[in-house]
Design a protein around this ligand. Structure first.
Ligand SMILES: [Zn+2]
Length: 129
């Protein structure tokens, strides 16, 4: 399948800011989705524990929607990884949601966007900071 991914500058800026955390933080991706075209507009934010982060429907704050946008996926950091790739736990969680979300995994050097099957759809190299 052909995916088109359009990332607004806001998302890149937020990732660069959040990327200063040394532990796993993450949240939801807000934007638009039309068939296989995704526009990533902004992110919400949740602090995880030192080694992992999980999302639950009780976390009201990360589900709060900016106007006219919907949740199109999730993002989180893997601060210890070089190459951004999902953990087994990530993959299990993504598949179990059955939501057709996209997922950003971000390391200090790059972020990759995956579909819920764990296929990489998009890669972005962050400049050295
Ligand atoms: Zn992860």
């Amino acid at each position: 399948m052909n995916f088109k991914i359009n990332i607004k500058q806001d998302v890149i800026d937020l990732i660069k800011i959040y990327n200063n955390y040394q532990f796993e933080v993450g949240g939801m991706i807000f934007g638009r989705k039309k068939f296989n075209q995704y526009t990533l507009k902004t992110l919400s934010f949740k602090k995880g524990k030192s080694v992992n982060i999980d999302f639950s429907s009780n976390d009201k704050i990360i589900y709060q929607l900016p106007e006219k946008q919907k949740i199109i996926g999730t993002w989180h950091l893997h601060p210890m990884q070089l190459k951004a790739s999902p953990s087994i736990i990530d993959l299990k969680q993504w598949k179990s949601w059955k939501k057709n979300y996209i997922h950003i995994i971000c390391t200090k050097r790059e972020f990759n966007i995956f579909n819920s099957e764990g296929e990489c759809l998009y890669g972005y190299h962050l400049e050295e900071m």
